[in-house]
Design a protein around this ligand. Structure first.
Ligand SMILES: Cc1cc2nc3c(=O)[nH]c(=O)nc-3n(C[C@H](O)[C@H](O)[C@H](O)COP(=O)(O)OP(=O)(O)OC[C@H]3O[C@@H](n4cnc5c(N)ncnc54)[C@H](O)[C@@H]3O)c2cc1C
Length: 405
């Protein structure tokens, strides 16, 4: 409905590969981006708009991503995956959102994989990874959040009690995405009581086969702001084979901590993608919409919020790319990953607001897609970790200030 300026996309690609630019992306990432854009063109705005209206899962899109091998980005080639690092993977998710799509319904397969890759046993990896890579199995669900624990994960109350060759899981999780569209779920549960002196100990990670849960696990879909298949999940003595414990019993919190930096970097990439989509879409509109006899884009009141958001997005992107490069190099990247998530989610939100203002009444009309993307990108200031918690991390771990919670 609104023409996206071809010059902006072309300029960005030209800048990305400019010879001599120390921040230029390697050619294989530039061509990877082109491939993702081509795939996304098969799923244009009406596809997402319609699913959003019906609150349905983007089955065809997720299948296409899987068949092309993109959802196996981080799985090593020996297991049939792409064997990518985080830099390539971030580019995939960014391009999806930048093309007007929504990586949210599919991205967990990439994030959650880390737990299995880094801590899965030598029996678990060959059993599951090739099937996930081929698309025979989906690993799209990750269950941590509980109604009473909030951001203090150490307070979760879901228990897993060893009973012979099984654990029996009981408890309640909330806001668990994609459960009804996944075959496997990574679950965090308490296997030992909370010890005030070591609250992060005694939590364990499990791989739950959702095809075998029967009536021991119930899901209740929740109507959320965006189309995200988000659920309450209740476990009533759900048997989980002991062989499905991921990593070491009691060390589950440490195991998921490892993955949090990757998740934050990838969320940042998605936010930058959203933000660029907003600015490009709004700029295209501002060039053609005439009010008082001239394009609204000639007014600084329209220009400045868009220009400001663009600058914020570019800055966030550089930090996110640095974080991804450090992650791939095996360097500590907690500060960079947290800053990237903070900056990118704030920048995409600024871009979303500027786009709504630019489109005026059309900004609220589902037919123009801005309001849908606006709802989708809003999540990332709160989840998977709220920006307050990110600021606490930076204050404590980077600035050396006292722990605030
Ligand atoms: C659409 C959606 C999908 C989700 N999908 C999943 C999923 O698949 N799996 C999963 O496990 N979880 C999921 N979540 C949960 C999500 O990760 C949490 O909602 C998020 O981490 C925030 O936790 P909370 O809701 O418990 O908020 P709370 O922890 O209760 O926080 C509420 C507010 O208080 C603030 N606050 C809390 N403590 C402090 C402090 N010490 N200092 C300053 N401010 C503080 C927070 O920043 C926030 O603004 C999803 C949530 C949504 C909305």
């Amino acid at each position: 409905m609104i023409e996206v300026s071809p010059t902006m996309s072309a300029q960005r690609e030209a800048a990305a590969i400019a010879p001599g630019d120390p921040f230029a992306e390697p050619p294989h990432i530039v061509s990877l981006r082109r491939e993702i854009r081509a795939l996304c063109m098969e799923f244009p705005d009406p596809y997402w708009r319609d699913l959003d209206r019906r609150r349905e899962y983007p089955e065809a899109f997720v299948r296409a991503l899987t068949e092309a091998g993109w959802l196996a980005a981080l799985i090593p080639t020996e297991y049939g995956g792409r064997g990518f690092g985080l830099q390539e993977t971030a580019a995939i998710l960014q391009e999806i959102n930048q093309s007007g799509g929504y990586a949210g319904p599919a991205h967990a397969q990439i994030y959650v994989m880390g737990a299995l890759l880094r801590h899965g046993s030598e029996e678990q990896k060959p059993k599951y990874l090739p099937q996930i890579a081929s698309g025979a199995l989906r690993l799209q669900a990750f269950a941590v959040t509980e109604p009473t624990a909030g951001s203090d994960t150490t307070r979760i109350e879901t228990r897993a009690v060893r009973d012979g060759d099984h654990y029996l899981v009981s408890g309640r999780k909330i806001y668990i995405s994609r459960v009804r569209n996944s075959d496997l779920m990574v679950l965090l549960a308490r296997t030992a009581p909370r010890d005030e002196a070591r609250p992060t100990e005694g939590l364990s990670l499990f791989l739950v086969d959702l095809r075998e849960t029967g009536d021991r696990m119930r899901t209740r879909p929740l109507r959320m702001m965006m189309n995200n298949d988000t659920n309450e999940v209740v476990f009533d003595q759900l048997p989980v084979p002991a062989a499905n414990l991921i990593g070491v019993e009691g060390r589950g919190f440490r195991h998921i901590l490892d993955g949090w930096n990757a998740e934050r970097i990838l969320i940042a990439a998605e936010c930058v993608g959203d933000g660029r989509w907003f600015v490009e879409r709004a700029s295209g509109y501002a060039k053609t919409r005439r009010v008082f006899g001239r394009p609204i884009g000639a007014n600084q009141g329209i220009q400045f919020p868009l220009a400001s958001a663009w600058a914020q997005l570019e800055a966030a992107d550089l930090v996110a790319r640095r974080a991804a490069a450090r992650f791939d190099a095996g360097l500590p990247c907690g500060a960079e990953a947290n800053m990237a998530k903070l900056l990118a989610s704030e920048a995409s939100w600024a871009a979303g607001n500027a786009a709504v203002d630019t489109l005026g009444g059309h900004g609220f009309n589902a037919a123009y897609d801005v309001e849908r993307k606006f709802r989708e990108t809003r999540l990332y200031r709160v989840a998977p970790v709220s920006n307050n918690l990110v600021l606490s991390y930076l204050a404590q771990h980077v600035l050396g200030l006292p722990r605030s919670y």
